[in-house]
Design a protein around this ligand. Sequence first.
Ligand code: FPP
Length: 249
Amino acid sequence: MSYKDQLNTNKIPQHVAIIMDGNGRWAEKQGEHRVFGHTKGVESVREALTAAGEIGVKYLTLYAFSTENWNRPKEEVDALMDLLVKTITMEVESLNENEVRLHVIGDLDSLPPGCKDALQKSIDDTKHNSRVNLILALSYSSKWEITRAIKNIVEDVQEGKLELENIGTETIDQYLNTANFPEPELLIRTSGERRISNFLLWQLAYSELYFTETLWPDFKKEHFFEAIYNYQQRERRFGKTSAQLLSNE
Ligand code: FPP
């Protein structure tokens, strides 16, 4: 029986985040250039997005390019930017057909102007959709996001728009790029690495972590369903005991 058929439809996570890793190794394993791996990785993006839509996951966040990725060879960075712009532009029709709304989190001002404009256009062209929210983390790092939030909070306190004593965890939520999204219940990382790599550090506080050896270009719908199935077998206690959870305390 497939993993999809075994899923508990009452326990589908609202938000799944993925660190798509292993494109380079996948390509190198077959004697190809790393960029070939990224190109193949686009197919896995499609697989994950379709799978999310099929079972009712409302938010899918993909770590597509980290702040640290700017340090890769220029040739690879340029190829990745090119691939992103082409994919996002070409897929708009399909995103609309499938009622997918595109969002981007990250330091968009650091992207090449052509890339930023193309992204903005696709964001605008899909803003009426609400079935699935696809959130691309681009030129993103959690430490960058938190630093930016702190600066904005301090500025608002100085300008009298925010009272120091009113600052709570919800305030921080509101100043992050993810202000309008629920926290991910599940984080998936492919390729056997077991790190968070500066991704959603605040938002993942209580998320379940799922690591798989599968390299991102090999990641298919069934791998996504397997991760959800694995998540559904876990008990999420949020600091409480099992007994408390059972008695609904
Ligand atoms: C990690 O593999 C992957 C990336 C840094 C880029 C991910 C980009 C894509 C899948 C293509 C475009 C995406 C969208 C959303 C259109 P790696 O290069 O770190 O692999 P390695 O660890 O094997 O070197």
